[in-house]
Design a protein around this ligand. Structure first.
Ligand SMILES: *Cc1c(COP(=O)(O)O)cnc(C)c1O
Length: 365
């Protein structure tokens, strides 16, 4: 099976082998070595000196953690919403009583730094900006570097980043871009099984933590940090996933971040070129197209569900559909983590064959 959804993503055999080791005491010396090694390797992968905390949870919990550890009910926040995940981040903030101002961008487009500037200028009480680096639902990457420049250099607001489907695949030098909380999940770019969320926390975020009044317990950064100092986690961690992540990080860092980033850029480019070569249209404005997930318009007259079904049952290729409003309108190819151009070629061949099977004659083929 060729699993090409935007998470969970395939894992290298050595990661799976590592994840299948016998259990260890999570309050013992082996675990201490493991969590120290994983944490310091994550700091290298995040390009940060900030604390990196490991939570046993999915990516959404990391978003929730970013909010509840830095904000208080009634705080004003700006949520940059370019798709489903940006909207989720905004909804979590609302659920905990933040006053959320949305900067909403049409699906398929990215946020412009100047729109963020104008929103912050017009609302000086805003305390934090929530932004999705890579919007997995539309296949769009925001220009986080430029937006962070506005948020940090011009307004000095807290910057909370959903990097769930970017960091580890796309460049995101956390310290250079001054991101206060950066969140990700093991099953996206990290070549690991689902179950672990990782967050970096800047000194400014820790300062906000001191006065943040939103309720929190399981996801409390302070608890995670104080246990980490002893080489532990406050609650029983997903030990097996950490074994896998440990191996995956070793692999990622020995390859080197520049090569990892170049590989994703090449794979993204190959996917987009191939899709257009099949006569299909990309969903997002190509200037903002993501190098970890490609969203494709479903051609007129084609049933998206039938196409996905055909790909899976006849060609062993598993792609994702669209979420919410985009259901039936787009299909998505995930290409983050353990992926090569050959994997994309398999997807493109299967897509062409499936469209032919469904009787769709593609222009340009
Ligand atoms: C996958 C994803 C999430 C949610 O992660 P879960 O692990 O499914 O909770 C959040 N944001 C983005 C951008 C994602 O791609």
């Amino acid at each position: 099976m060729n699993l090409r959804v935007p998470g969970p993503t395939p894992c290298p055999d050595e990661v799976l082998a590592s994840a299948s080791q016998q259990m260890i005491n999570h309050r013992g010396p082996e675990f201490k070595d493991l969590i120290f090694r994983v944490t310091s390797n994550l700091q290298r992968a995040f390009e940060t000196k900030n604390d990196v905390l490991i939570l046993t949870a999915s990516g959404t919990a990391a978003l929730e953690a970013a909010i509840v550890n830095t904000l208080s009910p009634g705080d004003k926040v700006l949520a940059v919403v370019v798709g489903v995940f940006g909207e989720r981040f905004a909804q979590i903030a609302e659920a905990y009583g933040a006053e959320v101002l949305r900067l909403t961008v049409p699906h398929g487009s990215a946020a412009e730094p100047d729109e963020v500037r104008q929103a912050l200028k017009g609302n000086p009480a805003i305390k934090a900006v929530l932004i999705t680096h890579n919007e997995t639902s539309t296949g769009v990457t925001n220009d986080l570097s430029a937006i962070a420049q506005v948020v940090k250099e011009e307004f000095d607001k807290l910057l909370l980043v959903d990097a769930v489907s970017s960091i580890g695949a796309l460049p995101l030098p956390v310290d250079e871009w001054r991101c206060d909380v950066v969140t990700t999940g093991s099953q996206k770019a990290w070549m690991s099984p689902p179950g672990i969320a990782m967050v970096s926390v800047s000194p400014q975020a820790w300062k906000a933590y001191e006065t943040a009044k939103m309720p929190r317990f399981y996801l409390d950064f302070g608890k995670a940090k104080s246990y980490l100092e002893r080489g532990q986690t406050p609650w029983t961690p997903a030990v097996s996933v950490l074994f896998g992540l440990d191996k995956a990080l070793e692999r990622l860092l020995s390859e080197g971040l520049p090569r990892i980033h170049e590989n994703h850029a090449a794979v993204g480019d190959a996917c987009r070129t191939g899709i257009k070569g099949l006569g299909l249209d990309l969903f997002p404005d190509e200037r903002y197209a993501s190098n970890t997930v490609t969203a494709i318009k479903v051609p007129p007259g084609v049933d998206a569900a039938a196409l996905l079904e055909r790909l899976r049952t006849r060609y062993n290729v598993i792609l994702a559909g669209g979420q919410q409003d985009l259901s039936g309108k787009i299909i998505r190819v995930g290409h983050m983590g353990y992926v090569s151009i050959e994997d994309i070629d398999i997807v493109l061949d299967a897509l062409q064959a499936s469209l032919t099977d469904l009787g769709v004659v593609q222009a340009g083929v």
